[in-house]
Design a protein around this ligand. Structure first.
Ligand code: MSK
Length: 658
C-alpha cells in the first residue's frame, strides 16, 4: 500500500518504518477519514444555525433560500479570505520586525539589502536622499503596516502591475483598498443574508486575493529581502537524508523567517557548537520543512528535509532533537507522534500553540536570545536520542532565484533585463512559462502530480519556476539540479546551457509567489510577448493543493491574468454555475481562469494547449522542437563528464566558451 502513497523513496521507506512500529501518519488517516462528499464540493452551508444545510439531490436551496451557487461561492470566498489572512499576517509581522530593527530594538537583525530598501522606498514614495537607512526603514515599515489597515484608495503595490492590468482592475471594481479591509468585507458579505449574488461574491473573492498577492504576500517577500537579504543562487541537498546521525538535528517548520534566521545564526555560534560537542555530538545540523525551510534555503542554503507530508516522517527518523514550528501547515498530530521519540516539538508563536508541545515564545526584540535558548534545549536533548533510521536519499539542489537575480543573470549588473528570456520565447526556444506551486495533499500520492507535470513541461520546452512544497518536491527528485537540463526539450536545454541554470527555478516560499507576479509583469513590460500578463504564453499550476492559502494564490494568479490549473478535486464542483463563473466568467473579465483537473495528464495537455494558443495570438512562430538542440550537446556532455567537484555551475558558461 505504501507504494501508492508517495513517489518519494525516502517517504516510502519511512512509511514502512511507521507500519512496522504501528505509528500513524497523515497517509493512514487520509485512508481512514473519508472526505465529506457534500462539503468537499462546496455544497454544505454552515454559516448559520438553521443549518448546516446540505444541498444535495432534490434539496436545491437552504432554509433561507440560499441557492447552491450562492453557497458554493460563499464557501470559496471564505477560503480566499482565510488564505489571504495567513499570508498577510505573515507580511504584517515582518513590518513590525523592520520597524523594531529601524529603531535599534531588533536584537540580532540588521538591514541586509539596502538596495532593496531603496527600491521599496521608491515604490512607496518615501524620500531617501540624505537619510539614514534606519530612517528610511522606519518609514517603509510604517507605510507597509498602513497597507493592512488602509480603508480607501488602492494598495500601493498594485501600481507595480502593468498599466493595462491596473486599468482593468479599476474598471471592474477589483482594485483592492487595504488588506484587512478586503478580508473583513469578504467575511461580512458571506455572513448569512448579505451578498447573495454568486458573481458579486466571486468578484470580491478576487479583490481579496489581489490584496494578498499584490499586498500582504508581496510585502512579506520584500520586507524579508530587506531584512535577510535578496536570494541569489546557492547549492545544497534535499530530502530526509540531510539529517545527520552524529549531529544535533534541529528542524524548523512553518512559514515565517524571523525566528529561523536567528536559529541559523545560533547554530553557527562557536560556543553552542562546543556545547553540542560536550554532549557527544559532532556538531549542530539545521534542516527545514515547508516554507520556513524555503526561506532559509533561499538565503543560506540550509537543506530542506522535505515538504508538507514529510513533517511526521522526519520525526519518525528518531534523529530530530527539536522540531521548531512557527505558523501554518503544522499538523497537530506531531505532538502525539513526538511522544514516541525523544523529539521535542517546540511552538514559538503566540498565535500557534499545540497541546502537548513545549512553548518557547519568540520575541523579535530579543530574537537571538530566543533562538539560542531553543538551540541549547535541542542540544540538551541529544543524549536522550535512541535508535535512529535516516533514509539515505538526497538530491542536489540549486535554489535562490529571486526576480532580481533572474534579471541580473540575463545581462549582468548594468545590463540586466528580461530581453534574453523574451527573445527565447519569441524564437520558440522556450515554448512558454509555467509556475508550479503549492502543497502536498495526503489524498493524492505525494509528489506524483507535481513531478510528472514538471517533467512533461520541461520536456516540452516550458521553463518552470517553483515555490512552496512543489519546490521541495522538485528538489527531492533532482529537478533543481543543473543536470536536469539533460531532460529538458532541445530549445530549453540550449537556454539552460547558455545561462548555466536548471530548467526548473526555485523562486521561494508560498508568499514568494508574488515574485512570479513581478517576473511576469517584467516580461510583459520588456515587450514582444504581450503587453499584459494574460497575453504571455504562461500558466500557473497547483497539482496537489491542500489549504486555503493555495486557493487565495490561485485566485490572485487568475485575477492577474494567469490561466491557473489545480489538481486534486474542485471545491466548487457541486455548482455548475460557480464552476463556469471562475472559468469562462473570470476569463472574460480578467483574462485568467481557474480550473480543476484531478489527472495531471489533463493539466499538462491543457497547459500546452493554452501556451500554444497564446503564442498564436501573439503571432509568434509555431513551436517546433526540431529547430533547436544542436549547438550545445557536445560541450554539455563534456561538462557532465567532469567529476562533480569540478562542475562549478557558475563557471559553466566560461567552460563552454573556453
Ligand atoms: S508550506 S501552504 S503545504 S505549499 Fe507553504 Fe507547503 Fe502548501 Fe504549506
Amino acid at each position: 500500500m505504501a507504494g501508492t502513497k508517495s513517489i518519494d523513496p525516502a517517504a516510502l521507506e519511512m512509511l514502512e518504518v511507521a507500519q512496522a512500529a504501528g505509528l500513524d501518519t497523515a497517509f493512514d488517516r487520509a485512508e481512514r477519514v473519508k472526505p465529506c462528499p457534500i462539503g468537499s464540493e462546496g455544497a454544505c452551508c454552515k454559516i448559520c444555525f438553521m443549518g448546516p444545510c446540505r444541498l444535495v439531490g432534490k434539496v436545491t436551496e437552504g432554509v433561507c433560500g440560499a441557492t447552491l451557487a450562492t453557497v458554493a461561492a460563499r464557501n470559496f470566498a471564505r477560503m480566499v479570505a482565510g488564505g489571504a489572512s495567513a499570508h498577510s499576517d505573515h507580511g504584517r509581522d515582518l513590518a513590525f520586525t523592520l520597524i523594531a530593527v529601524a529603531k535599534g530594538e531588533g536584537q540580532g537583525y540588521q538591514i541586509r539589502d539596502v538596495a532593496k530598501l531603496y527600491a521599496v522606498a521608491e515604490y512607496m514614495g518615501i524620500p531617501t536622499t540624505g537619510r539614514t537607512k534606519e530612517e528610511i526603514a522606519l518609514d517603509v515599515g510604517t507605510k507597509a503596516l498602513e497597507q493592512f489597515g488602509q480603508q480607501r484608495g488602492e494598495i500601493i503595490y498594485t501600481k507595480r502591475a502593468t498599466a493595462k492590468r491596473q486599468q482593468r482592475w479599476r474598471e471592474l471594481g477589483l482594485m483592492p483598498r487595504g488588506v484587512d479591509r478586503e478580508v473583513v468585507e469578504t467575511l461580512h458579505r458571506t455572513h448569512e443574508g448579505v451578498d447573495l449574488d454568486p458573481e458579486n461574491i466571486l468578484d470580491q473573492a478576487m479583490r481579496t486575493a489581489l490584496a494578498d498577492g499584490w499586498g500582504g504576500s508581496m510585502l512579506a517577500t520584500d520586507l524579508s529581502d530587506i531584512l535577510f537579504g535578496t536570494p541569489t543562487p546557492l547549492q545544497t541537498k534535499a530530502n530526509l537524508g540531510v539529517l545527520k546521525d552524529d549531529e544535533v538535528n534541529i528542524i524548523i517548520h512553518g512559514h515565517e523567517p524571523t525566528l529561523s534566521e536567528m536559529i541559523v545564526v545560533a547554530t553557527q555560534d562557536p560556543e553552542l557548537i562546543e556545547y553540542a560537542k560536550s554532549k557527544g555530538a559532532k556538531g549542530i545540523n539545521l534542516a527545514g520543512i515547508c516554507c520556513t525551510s524555503n526561506e532559509i534555503l533561499m538565503r543560506h542554503g540550509i537543506p530542506p528535509a522535505g515538504n508538507f507530508l514529510h513533517q511526521e516522517l522526519a520525526v519518525m527518523t528518531g534523529a530530530v532533537e527539536a522540531m521548531v514550528v512557527d505558523v501554518q501547515c503544522i499538523m497537530q498530530a506531531l505532538a502525539s507522534l513526538a511522544q514516541n521519540f525523544h523529539t521535542e516539538l517546540i511552538t514559538t508563536s503566540p498565535k500557534a500553540k499545540i497541546p502537548g508541545a513545549i512553548h518557547m515564545e519568540f520575541d523579535e526584540h530579543r530574537a537571538l536570545d530566543s533562538a539560542k535558548a531553543i538551540v541549547r534545549r535541542a542540544i540538551d536533548n541529544y543524549p536522550n536520542r535512541g535508535k535512529t533510521h535516516i533514509p539515505g536519499f538526497t538530491n542536489d539542489v540549486v535554489a535562490g532565484f529571486s526576480h532580481e537575480y533572474l534579471r541580473y543573470m540575463q545581462g549582468g549588473y548594468y545590463r540586466g533585463s528580461f530581453r534574453p528570456l523574451n527573445d527565447a520565447i519569441i524564437a520558440g526556444r522556450i515554448r512558454g512559462l509555467a509556475g508550479v506551486v503549492g502543497c502536498n495533499n495526503a489524498r493524492v500520492p505525494q509528489d506524483e502530480g507535481i513531478i510528472n507535470t514538471i517533467r512533461e513541461l520541461i520536456r516540452n520546452d516550458v521553463l518552470v519556476v517553483v515555490t512552496g512544497c512543489a519546490a521541495h518536491a522538485s528538489g527531492k527528485h533532482g529537478y533543481l539540479s543543473p543536470e536536469m537540463m539533460m531532460n529538458a526539450g532541445p530549445g530549453l536545454r540550449e537556454v539552460c546551457e547558455a545561462i548555466g541554470i536548471p530548467p526548473v527555478l526555485h523562486l521561494g516560499s508560498c508568499v514568494d509567489n508574488s515574485r512570479i507576479l513581478t517576473v511576469l509583469t517584467q516580461v510583459a513590460t520588456e515587450g514582444g510577448v504581450g503587453q499584459d500578463i494574460d497575453e504571455i504564453p504562461a500558466v500557473g499550476i497547483c497539482p496537489e493543493y491542500m489549504c486555503e492559502k493555495a486557493i487565495a494564490i490561485g485566485t490572485y494568479a487568475v485575477a492577474s491574468g494567469i490561466y491557473t490549473l489545480f489538481g486534486v478535486e474542485s471545491p466548487v464542483a457541486a455548482s455548475e454555475e460557480v464552476t463556469r463563473l471562475i472559468s469562462e466568467g473570470w476569463e472574460k473579465k480578467v483574462g485568467g481562469k481557474l480550473e480543476f483537473y484531478p489527472d495531471w495528464n489533463d493539466i499538462v495537455r491543457k497547459s500546452l494547449e493554452h501556451i500554444d494558443k497564446k503564442r498564436a495570438a501573439l503571432g509568434l512562430v509555431e513551436y517546433d522542437p526540431t529547430r533547436y538542440g544542436q549547438s550545445g550537446d557536445l560541450p554539455l556532455a563534456a561538462f557532465f563528464a567532469l567529476p562533480p567537484e569540478e562542475r562549478n555551475l557558475y563557471s559553466r558558461k566560461a567552460y563552454v566558451q573556453g
